[in-house]
Ligand binder design. Structure first.
Ligand code: ZN
Length: 480
């Protein structure tokens, strides 16, 4: 290569470095110590995923860790009439499914909060209110799926039953069957290919109906040969013996079928985590670790974990409920010793939020659905998504450019490896997060979370570098 050619090449390289935005690989940016840290972080994360497979389990786990890190419940503080001071740590739980962790800032709360909000509900199969029936000598449970699933994922896959049964007298039973090696699991049978000629002609979305998602519950009959519905009765008999419940008790129950599989390392190099429920517990866990590590922040730092995101943020534990603003009002009262609504509104309206949710990574098997110039890539760090929505940004909560610039500065100053991403090609589909409901308070909101492969599948895939960068991103934001 002659000298002149080499010089030109160097000049272009320099110009590109100076002018172009390029995704960086997290693994290229970390020191070997930080890489060890990221790998260890993923080990703790997998443990959390194995223990928190439902929204109630996640909230229990989050609350437990908060208590270990000196967070005190809002109820206890109110009962003691204790005034809140900067640096105090408080948590507020809503019906075991929704929780907020606050670290009181040096500035008054009405200057605005820094919030990271994620969701702890996940697509799954719920038992119907009267689920049990029998057919062809088999007792089965009927289910109603929750959230956006592809039904074929749930056939022939070992499932565990998690949830609660509340008896008429208020007694609560926690159920968790299928997670220990000697536990039974549950399964939905699939049609053998030999007889699937008609089924295989159907469209993928129509080949399995919601009413076909019935779970094998038992096949030993009741001893009495003359009894009617011997298989159903045998299961009811077993439920009474083991749990002291009857069929009516199942009406006041929340029983969820989730994949019985634990979290795995994926790939020869173990660079990926494969597990159920990473949308959005990857954001829940990383933002939890960030807030637990937040001491004496300037602005009040909040990690919020909500339920019902997957079905539209409805209900009194979803983001559309008043729980969060009520909790802020109580925090304000305990800080100031008085309450004036305008200060509560200001705390929210001057707030800054990251809507912490996952985004689809470009998948080499399904490249065609992405605009490769605007898609997130595995291993390139936490993703900021300026808008979600579908079909012309419909229903999007678009972040203001001023706020995007501020978040970008915080991340760059704190060496957070980040990238930008859009959910697929413009006319390919779309989705939303809790961002739009946070935005209603007037606060600035930006979607920000790691990219996933196989989102909403029973085994979702995340990159260990991206998981670690999400934690770093939320920590830097909460402390800003
Ligand atoms: Zn999500």
């Amino acid at each position: 290569m002659d000298k002149e050619n080499k010089e030109t090449r160097e000049k272009w390289k320099h110009l590109k470095n100076e002018l172009a935005f390029e995704q960086k690989l997290v693994w290229d940016q970390l020191s070997s110590d930080e890489k060890d840290h990221a790998v260890k972080f993923a080990e703790d994360y997998k443990e959390f995923l194995n223990e928190a497979k439902t929204e109630r389990e996640a909230v229990r786990k989050i609350t437990g860790l908060a208590q270990e890190h000196a967070f005190v419940s809002l109820e206890e503080l109110t009962a003691r009439g204790k005034k809140l001071r900067p640096g105090n740590k408080v948590y507020a739980v809503n019906r075991e499914k929704n929780v907020a962790l606050f670290v009181i800032g040096k500035e008054p709360i009405w200057n605005g909060i820094n919030l990271v909000g994620s969701h702890v509900d996940t697509p799954r199969l719920d038992l119907k209110p009267t689920p049990l029936y029998e057919n062809q000598g088999i007792a089965l449970f009927k289910t109603h799926y929750y959230g956006g699933i592809k039904k074929y994922h749930w056939l022939s896959h070992p499932l565990a039953l998690h949830g609660v049964v509340i008896k008429q007298n208020g007694e609560k039973l926690n159920i968790r069957i299928g997670e220990n090696r000697d536990d039974p699991v549950f399964v939905i049978t699939d049609l053998l290919p030999h007889l699937a000629k008609d089924q295989l002609q159907k469209k993928l979305g129509e080949a399995i109906s919601g009413e076909d998602l019935n779970i094998l519950a038992g096949t030993f009959p009741l001893d009495d040969k003359n009894a009617k519905e011997r298989f159903k009765l045998a299961v009811l008999e077993l439920l009474r013996r083991k749990y002291g419940i009857n069929e009516e008790d199942l009406i006041s129950a929340e029983l969820e079928l989730v994949p019985a599989t634990p979290g795995y390392d994926v790939g020869l190099d173990r660079s990926l985590v494969g597990a159920y429920g990473q949308d959005d517990r990857v954001c829940a866990y990383t933002s939890l670790r960030a807030v637990l590590n937040c001491h004496n922040p300037l602005r009040t730092a909040v990690a919020l974990f909500v339920d019902k995101e997957e079905i539209g943020s409805t209900g009194n534990t979803g983001m559309r409920s008043r729980f969060f603003e009520n909790a802020v009002a109580e925090i304000l009262y305990l800080s100031a010793g008085d309450y004036n609504e305008i200060y509560c509104r200001k705390a929210l309206a001057l707030g800054k939020a990251l809507s912490a949710d996952v985004v689809a990574a470009i998948d080499p098997n399904w490249e065609g659905v992405h605009d490769k110039h605007n898609a997130a890539r595995m291993g390139c760090g936490v993703v900021i998504t300026r808008y979600t929505g579908a079909g012309g940004k419909y229903s999007a909560s678009e972040a203001n450019a001023e706020f995007v610039a501020e978040v970008r500065r915080i991340f760059n100053e704190n060496k957070v490896v980040w990238q930008t991403g859009e959910l697929g090609k413009v006319d390919q589909g779309g989705g939303g997060t809790i961002a739009q409901f946070l935005a209603r308070y007037g606060m600035d909101v930006l979607d920000c979370g790691p990219p996933l492969l196989s989102m909403h599948a029973p085994l979702e895939i995340a990159h260990k570098g991206d998981i670690y960068m999400s934690y770093k991103a939320y920590e830097a934001f909460l402390k800003s």
